[in-house]
Each structure stands twice: as C-alpha cells, then as structure tokens.
Design a protein around this ligand. Structure first.
Ligand code: SF4
Length: 376
C-alpha cells in the first residue's frame, strides 16, 4: 500500500502581493461559501472514482490564504477527507498562515480541528523589505504569530523566508535568520525571490524601478544562510528546506519521493504514480465546471520512461535522499566523474553534498544530458 498526500488549494487572499504568481484572488471573500461547496463536491466526485489502495499520511492546506475560510469551513473540508479516504491515525496536517491575520483563540481552534503543523509566511523581518514585497505585516506580527502558535499548542512550526529581495544585504539576511533560529522553529524554508512574468514586481524589475542584488550576492545569501542553519543543527534535506531531527515535511517528501498525491482546488497539481494532472487555474471556471458535475482537471501528462528517469535524477540531487546506486547504470560514468568533488556516496545512494545544493539543477541537467546521449 502506497502512502500518499492530499493538497488543497484555497485561492483567496486579503490582498495580492506584488511578486506572487500563484493562482489566487483578492477581495472576493464573498465567494468563499460557493467555493467551499464546489471543493467538497470535487472531493466527493474524486472519492467515487477512487480505486487506489493508498493511505494518506499528509494533508496540506495551501494557497492563497487558507485561514480566510471560517473554522467551520475548514472543519467540514477535513471531515470529508477523513470520511472519504483512508487516512493514517495521525496524519501530518499543515496549514499555511500569514502573520497578522489570526488571533490566539483562532489558532487554538485550528489546533482543535486536528491541524498539527503550521507554515508561517514571514518572508522577511525587515519592515522596509516587507514594504517592497507589498506584504501587509511587520516584524511584530511575525513574533506574535509565532508566540501565539506555540501558546496554542503547535509543536511543529515551519517558517518561510525570502532572500534576493531588492535592497536586501547579506548582513541583514543573516540577522533575520539569527532571529528566526532563536525562536526555535522545527523547520525553515529559504526561497530566492524571482520576478515572474505578469506580476507588478516583474514590471518594476523590467523598467528599473527595482533591481535584484547581484548574482554573487544572491549566491552568498544562499551559501551563508544554508551553512548557518546547518551549523545550528538543522538537516539540510532539500535545496530550500531545513528541518530539526525527524521534522522533515512528510507532505513535501511525497513530492520528492515521487509518491502519489491528490490535489483539489483551482490550479492544484496531482500525481497518481503514473500521470501528472492539473486543475483549471481560474476560480470562475472551477466553480462552473464542478457545478455542472464536470471534472475541473484541465490537463494531464503520462510520464515516459525518460521523464521518470529525469525526475529521479533531479529529485535525487535536490534532496538528501540521493540517487540510488542501482540507478546509476543509467548515467554515464564520465558525467558523474566530472562532478566528483561535489558528490558523496553513502547509504546506497549518490548524494550531492549540501554545500553544493545550489548547483543541483546544473548538475542534474548535465547528468540527464549525458544519460540521454548514452541511451540513444
Ligand atoms: S499572501 Fe501568499 S498567496 Fe497570497 S498573494 Fe501574498 S504571496 Fe501570494
């Protein structure tokens, strides 16, 4: 029996941040009840056709800002998942949450629903940088959210931080990380800010109103930040993810181990072990399709053997799971030798040394390219 995950995409935010290219909406809270009705129907329609022997050990409520839903709405979503699918006794249930949006009592109620892991979207602790990101919160909101989360009884907290923000310095970045580490979260994720086409932030970068730090500074932020977290006892288990002992994200590990996961909500992506599929990226279309009892799946792709091999190499190098040595016969020895100083062998796997994780994509492309030519 496969262990599997469930992802739920909640496409509502109070306001859209200038750099965000996720599918979300702002100031459309009035549509939440109808969305929830359709989401429940999507889950129900999927459950009717569901014929896998998977058992689910993770649920991830992301978005968007899932806490814009009422407690009652979150409760009925979790209830239908428990009723319709076979869940582990204590699945990891993660909720994404923004600073400044929830009270201590609300956090206690969320805990009461069985949510046992929070992902806090701090992004930065520097008010000037948060302003550039058009985030509505400040450092005080981050501290309050963290303290309230602990006081509400959450024992598994992850914090998201962004680097490569215009006007951010290496020193400021490392100071922020020190403050975050002092809070003692179980998990930290570091992401490099990028300018995604179609966002106001992209326009600001294009017309020169804002500019990124240099590539050298971006690399230094990643290198120094990662090294600091490793020195503080975090396991660097994926390019962007750091966890205290046994606090790796069960849900994210499903992605990287190529386990199956169900996905619900507009723009959500799922995987059934052979096929990747994705829902329409429009709240209006999503609601319309489901209200007609039609599937919101917009497209799918059955993975070829080559796709699967490429994913194994990519995921193996981007994580401390590595590439199983039994798989290495598919890769040209010379391309592995070329990166010898960057790689380690252990536990039956070929691993990228964590200090070189920022080269993971480059090395993976190289191994994939060599592999292709070797198999032609
Ligand atoms: S809160 Fe998160 S999901 Fe919502 S707009 Fe900002 S970055 Fe995007």
């Amino acid at each position: 029996m496969n262990s599997a995950g469930i992802y739920i995409h909640i496409p509502f935010c109070k306001q859209i941040c200038n750099y965000c290219d996720y599918h979300t909406t702002e100031k459309r809270e009035a549509e939440i009840p109808r969305f929830v009705e359709m989401l429940l129907r999507e889950i129900e329609l999927t459950a009717i056709k569901f014929n896998h022997k998977w058992q689910f050990d993770s649920i991830y409520l992301g978005g968007g800002s899932p806490t814009l839903l009422s407690l009652k709405e979150l409760e009925i979503i979790l209830k239908i998942l428990r009723d319709k699918f076979s869940l582990f006794k204590n699945p990891e249930i993660t909720l994404e949450i923004n600073p400044g949006e929830n009270t201590l009592n609300e956090l206690k109620s969320l805990k009461g629903l069985g949510i046992n892991r929070l992902s806090l979207g701090f992004q930065s602790l520097d008010s000037k940088l948060l302003k550039i990101l058009t985030r509505a919160h400040n450092q005080g909101d981050c501290v309050t959210l963290y303290e309230n989360s602990r006081n509400a009884g959450f024992e598994n907290i992850s914090i998201d931080m962004l680097y490569n923000i215009p006007r951010q310095s290496v020193e400021g970045w490392l100071n922020d990380l020190k403050t975050v580490v002092k809070m003692q979260p179980e998990h930290i994720a570091l992401y490099s800010l990028s300018a995604e086409k179609g966002t106001p932030f992209y326009t600001d970068i294009q017309n020169g109103h804002l500019s990124f730090p240099s590539v050298a500074v971006e690399n230094e932020m990643y290198r120094e930040g990662s090294s600091y977290l490793r020195d503080c006892g975090f396991t660097h288990y994926e390019v962007s993810h750091f966890a205290k002992r046994e606090k790796e994200s069960v849900h994210n590990l499903h992605y990287w181990q190529r386990d199956p996961y169900l996905a619900f909500g507009p723009s959500a992506h799922g995987f059934d072990g052979e096929k990747r599929y994705w829902n329409v990226s429009s709240l209006a279309k999503y609601i319309k399709l489901i209200s007609q009892n039609k599937s919101p799946i917009q497209g799918s792709e059955i993975l070829t053997d080559e796709n699967i091999d490429n994913e194994i190499i990519m995921n193996g190098l981007r994580t401390n799971l590595g590439i199983s040595t039994s798989f290495l016969e598919n890769i040209d020895d010379k391309s592995i030798e070329k990166w010898d100083g960057y790689l380690d062998r252990g536990n039956g796997s070929l691993l990228l040394k964590p200090e070189f994780f920022n080269f993971a994509d480059e090395i993976a492309s190289d191994l994939i390219g060599e592999e292709k030519s070797a198999t032609i």
